[in-house]
Each structure stands twice: as structure tokens, then as C-alpha cells.
Design a protein around this ligand. Sequence first.
Ligand SMILES: Nc1ncnc2c1ncn2[C@@H]1O[C@H](COP(=O)(O)OP(=O)(O)O)[C@@H](O)[C@H]1O
Ligand SMILES: Nc1nc2c(ncn2[C@H]2C[C@H](O)[C@@H](COP(=O)(O)O)O2)c(=O)[nH]1
Length: 213
Amino acid sequence: MIVLSGMIGAGKSSLATILSEHLGTQAFYEQVDDNPVLPLFYADPKKYAFLLQIYFLNKRFASIKRALADDNNVLDRSIYEDSLFFHINADMGRATEQEVEVYDELLDNMMEELPYAAHKKAPDLLVHLVISYDKMLDHIKKRGRSYEQPENDSTLVDYYHNLLERYDKWYEDYNYSPKMKIDCDQYDFVENTADRAEVLRLIDEQLKIRGTL
Ligand SMILES: Nc1ncnc2c1ncn2[C@@H]1O[C@H](COP(=O)(O)OP(=O)(O)O)[C@@H](O)[C@H]1O
Ligand SMILES: Nc1nc2c(ncn2[C@H]2C[C@H](O)[C@@H](COP(=O)(O)O)O2)c(=O)[nH]1
């Protein structure tokens, strides 16, 4: 299983489609447009941060079990980033210490079950998409989910800056599997075919080193 990580709008879903088609494997997407809790969270983060987190944890765990079944399936966002999102929300006063404790324990418990529920626990490769704030906003605008637009909610500016800042350290500390970065300001793998080919080449190179290609 290959896991894609990165900020909101970095290009994970787009790359999941491109990469899974290239490898002839399956992509597993985040539940977003049919997620009933997500708009509630953006409207009232303090009330819904914990519920949203449990919702994502449950869905993500189900996807991981299926994605781990075959080599090189592509998972759109890691379970470890969910935890990053929740801790940032908690630091912004949107979850209580008790909610964080319950979430952390539940996550640990579920992760211990993974080797029994699937034949392995960790991804074969993490592909982390790095993006600048301005480029990320371009993508968020282009995609057009109304609740993610800072012009509709100015508190999102702080939220996005907090997430972006903490993502760098999250990637540096990540040690569950081999990892690599793709610079989304440098490579436009959605609209530029030469950039797409280069990104796929870079990922193939890593998969060959790891013996899964
Ligand atoms: N490299 C890119 N160049 C141009 N547009 C992009 C690029 N990556 C993503 N997009 C666009 O940005 C929006 C968000 O991309 P998406 O793949 O949904 O990101 P994520 O899954 O990381 O939130 C989509 O409209 C997508 O077409
Ligand atoms: N509070 C949280 N929000 C999350 C989490 N995982 C995803 N999300 C949000 C962020 C976006 O608005 C949307 C989809 O994410 P993309 O990066 O795929 O655009 O869902 C989370 O764990 N906590």
C-alpha cells in the first residue's frame, strides 16, 4: 500500500487516481462529499471536532484494511495525519483534554489490531505532497467546496497556517515506513503531462528500491 499525505487541496485525490491508474491498482479515497459531519464541523468546529475525528477514524480504518490487501493500492491520506489534524484542533480549543485522551487511546488500540485485520501494519511507501500556502489556496478555490473558502470564513486563514506549519515537523518525525516528498509548486501533475511523467518516475524509482515494483 502506498499512502499519500499532505495539506488540504495539495493534490492527494488527483495523484491517487493518476498513480493507481499507472500501477493498475485500486485507489481508496477519503470520504468527503458524502461525509455528513464535515460541513457541520466547518460551521461549528468546537461542537463537532471530536465527532468528525471519530467519523474519519472509523472510515479510514475500514479503507486501510482493504487497501493493505494488495501491494501498491493507493490510500488518499494516512491515519497518522488524522491525529495531527485532531491535535491541532485541540490546541485551538476545539476539543477537550478528555476527548484527546479517548481519541489517542482508541487510535492506539485500533492500530494494534491492524496486523490481525490485514496482513501488514504499515504502508510500503509514504508519498508526501508539499505545497505553499498560496498554491494550496488556488487549489481550494479551484475545487470550490464552499465551507473550505477563507472568504466565507476568515478563521480558516489561521487554521490553514497552523496545519501547514505543523505538517513539516509531522513529515520529519514520520517513521512508520519509507517516505518521499513531491513538491506540488514545482510539479503540476494534474495539467502538465511532462510533470506527471516525472512524478510517476520518481515514485516508481522508490517502489523499485523497496521491491514492490
Ligand atoms: N498540481 C496541480 N495543478 C493544478 N491543479 C491541481 C494540482 N493538484 C491538484 N489540483 C486541483 O486542486 C484541487 C484539489 O486537488 P485534490 O486532488 O482534491 O487535493 P486533496 O485531495 O489533496 O485535497 C482539484 O480541483 C485539483 O484538480
Ligand atoms: N478536522 C479534520 N478535518 C479533516 C481530517 N481529515 C480530513 N479533513 C478535512 C479537511 C478537508 O476539508 C476535507 C478533505 O481533506 P482533503 O485534504 O482530502 O481535501 O476533510 C481530520 O482528520 N480532521
